[in-house]
Design a protein around this ligand. Structure first.
Ligand SMILES: *Cc1c(COP(=O)(O)O)cnc(C)c1O
Length: 366
């Protein structure tokens, strides 16, 4: 069976470096908010080209705490509208509703699965205060146009960069376009820890300080509490793992692009829709998502051919039980996307032979 993603093999490549890093942390006797987190924050900020990086416990917290910080700073208030793509992973929307902000779901561009400037502009009302720009499947959203729109209407932009570490437009990376960006380092993400981890990048020093305090019980200084905060910190051990993984991220992205290029060049079944890509740098191929009207039959057929696939995502947020308030709406494109998408095996260690097996299997599907 060709696995969807062989995480064990990916991490095993770096076993010696990871063990050395873990040993360093164990032997240091210091496990929370120490030198590893500090170093990772500097290295990841530098990687993204951002001034600040604040480590948090996971990607959802990165998004939630950024919106919360803007509320504490008086830049957002309860009930403000936040534009978000309807086809995103539910975490982008949970971050909005957790802060009692109002998610305004917008249909994506059907070719890229990301927000498009026209539909985003059409969704702006006098109550709109922010946009959550999700870089879905690893492809960066059209940030120059979205930022122009945000400037025009005075909106805050939060990038959900959980799937797009290293993607860029005109040399400017995900995490360095919006007023802030939330990253996830969930193990299966392109930059994955060995457990939960996340971070916010921003050029705004006050925002970075506020998020840091919010994630540390609302405290910027020991035993002084400015906010009713939470506990959401990046652990030393995960920071140490991430420092190792970050050093290899660019090679891994290169390998993913080679897999994607192979698929794009060799999959030629007229019933299978290939993903649209802009410039090569804009996509880091967290997922390689094809579309088919016979998606379920295709998935079954590929499994019979030894090709493991997944669906990202089977049910859109507005059709989830969790969201009664959103279930009254229907989003035609989003629903069609969820019915037809299929994610092919994708990862930095896929061999040419495995790519070939996948392409042949898909091309033989009738
Ligand atoms: C993974 C993911 C998140 C949440 O990250 P966690 O670290 O799992 O909390 C948020 N948004 C998107 C688009 C994601 O893919």
């Amino acid at each position: 069976m060709i696995p969807f993603l062989d995480l064990k093999a990916i991490n095993t490549q770096y076993r010696d470096e990871l063990v050395a890093a873990a040993t360093r942390v164990i032997d240091s006797g210091w496990y929370i908010q120490g030198t590893e987190v500090k170093a990772f924050e500097q290295e990841f900020a530098e990687y993204c080209g951002s001034k600040h990086c604040v480590g948090v416990a996971n990607g959802l917290d990165a998004l939630t705490l950024t919106l919360r910080a803007w509320k504490e700073m008086g830049r957002l208030k309860e009930g403000d509208e936040v534009i978000v793509p309807a086809n995103t992973y539910i975490a982008s929307i949970l971050a909005i509703t957790e802060n009692r902000l109002k998610p305004v779901l917008v249909e994506p561009d059907e070719a890229t699965f990301n927000l498009c400037p026209e539909k985003t502009a059409a969704a702006i009302t006098p109550n709109t205060r922010a946009i959550v720009a999700v870089h879905l499947y690893g492809q960066i959203a059209p940030m120059p146009e979205l930022m122009e729109l945000a400037d025009q209407y005075g909106l805050l932009v939060l990038e959900d960069a959980a799937q797009a570490h290293g993607a860029s437009i005109d040399g400017r990376k995900a995490g360095n376009w919006g007023h802030a960006a939330g990253f996830s380092f969930y193990p299966g993400k392109n930059l994955g820890a060995l457990g939960d981890a996340g971070a916010v990048t921003t050029d705004d020093e006050e925002l970075a300080k506020t998020i840091r305090a919010l994630g540390n019980y609302g405290s910027h200084k020991k035993y002084e509490n400015l906010y009713q905060g939470v506990n959401s910190r990046l652990d030393e051990i995960q920071a140490a793992m991430l420092r190792v993984k970050l050093r290899h991220l660019d090679e891994e992205i290169k390998s993913r692009r080679e897999v994607a290029d192979y698929y794009l060049a060799h999959i030629n079944n007229p019933n299978i829709h290939l993903p649209a890509v802009g410039s090569p740098e804009s996509h880091v191929w967290h997922l390689f998502v094809v579309r088919s009207k016979q998606r379920d039959a295709l998935q079954k057929y590929l499994a019979e051919q030894g090709v493991h696939t997944l669906i990202h995502y089977p049910v859109p947020p507005h059709q989830q039980k969790a969201y009664d308030s959103l279930r009254v709406e229907s989003y035609y494109l989003t629903e069609r996307i969820h019915e037809t998408v299929l994610s092919l095996p994708m990862g930095p260690l896929m061999s040419r032979k495995q790519c070939c097996v996948v392409a042949i299997a898909i091309n033989s599907f009738k």
